[in-house]
Each structure stands twice: as C-alpha cells, then as structure tokens.
Design a protein around this ligand. Sequence first.
Ligand SMILES: [Zn+2]
Length: 241
Amino acid sequence: MGQITPSMLVVSAHAADFVWRAGGAIAVHAQKGYFVKVVCLSFGERGESAKMWRKAGMDLAQVKAARRQEARKAAEILGVSDIEFFDLGDYPLRVPDEALFRLVEIYREVRPAFVLAHSREDIYNCDHPLATHVAQEARIIAQAHGHTPEKPVIGAPPVFLFEPHQPEQCNWKPDVLLDITSVWEKKRQAFETMAAQEHLWEYYTRVALQRGAQAARNSEKNIQYGEGYMRVFPHVTEVLA
Ligand SMILES: [Zn+2]
C-alpha cells in the first residue's frame, strides 16, 4: 500500500466564499499534495451576485450557471481536487436532512485532516453561520458509531473558521495566521474570476496584506500575505513550541 494522501474539506455557504476566505489555504495544501474537497451549499445566486442581476433579462438559472462556472474555474486555479455543489438556494439557505447526511458521507469518504468553515456568528449574513452549524453537525454525526455502522467513523479533525467580512461584528478573532505568500498570485488570479464581485478584489488584497504583516510580526518569518483562522477545538500537541 502506498502512502496515504492527506485531505482537507472546505464547507462554503455560497459558491465564491471559499475563494475569498480560504483560497490561500487551499492552494498551499494543494501544492503540498493534499486532496482538497470543496462543498458549496449554494451558488450565492440571490444574495452574492448583485452585478449580474443588473443585466437585463437575467434569471435565476443563468446566474446559477454563471456562478457555477466561475467557482469551477477558481477551484481549478487553486488546485481543488473535487468541488460539489449542493444547490440548496441562498438568502435564505435552508439545509434539509438529506443534504446534512450527504455531508456526513463526504466526511467519511474524504476523511479530512482538517476542516474549514465560516465564522459561527455573522450579523450581516445568516447563511454563513448556518453553513458552519451544518459542517459541525455533520462532523459529529460522522464520528458516531451508530450512524451507518458499516462505514468507519472519522477521528477528530480540527475545524478552522475563516475570516468573515467584518470580523469584530462577528466575534471572530484570528488565532492562527497562515503564510500564503507563495500562493498569493494564484489566490488573486482565482478571485479575479469572480466578475460578479469585482468590488471585493482590492478589499481582499488589503485583508491578505494585513494578515501577512501580523503573521510576520508574530514570527521570525518574512511573510507578505496571510490568511487568518479561528480555531474551534483546542490545539493538541506533545511540545508547546
Ligand atoms: Zn457568502
């Protein structure tokens, strides 16, 4: 038997969220050979596609198709191994048990070394915390021996919450800073495929520079671009540093 490929799972409420918020982490781990699975619960067709809706004759099917295409393209640039769209609708996102159990199945198939999801609070967006609730619930069910006992349970993959648009209002504080300098060009290229949200390109470049400066300040490393994450579970280790 060959070496086991490590894997990671990203749960994104809308089609583009994983690109802005976790694109660096995805590209870094993809480059290291991780199998990267992304689940998009919706396309962000109603709430996160404002520019497309300004075009005459636009309808939901066209917006969804365009956002799917953009997300696929961005995923390819970042090195995502597999992207799955649940198409549950947004604004509001609603998650039926069927989708929850599909996510449980994904946990058991992918067996992620870690999981990325949204902040647990977001007063500007109810879909984001719901996505995280579902990601957490699916993780717990995937650990339960009594759920589909014929398939092996998963361990305890750490969960990291990516940065919301307005961190202070979402009670989100970074306790992990990831160096994404080596993949920054890929992230920038990936989010530039998000034509519907061009107004965010410069914003997320500033965020990356800010987190990069903080990462450099908290280490002895020469880091230019970074991504911040908030841990959900305690960090388990044999030595402290
Ligand atoms: Zn979103």
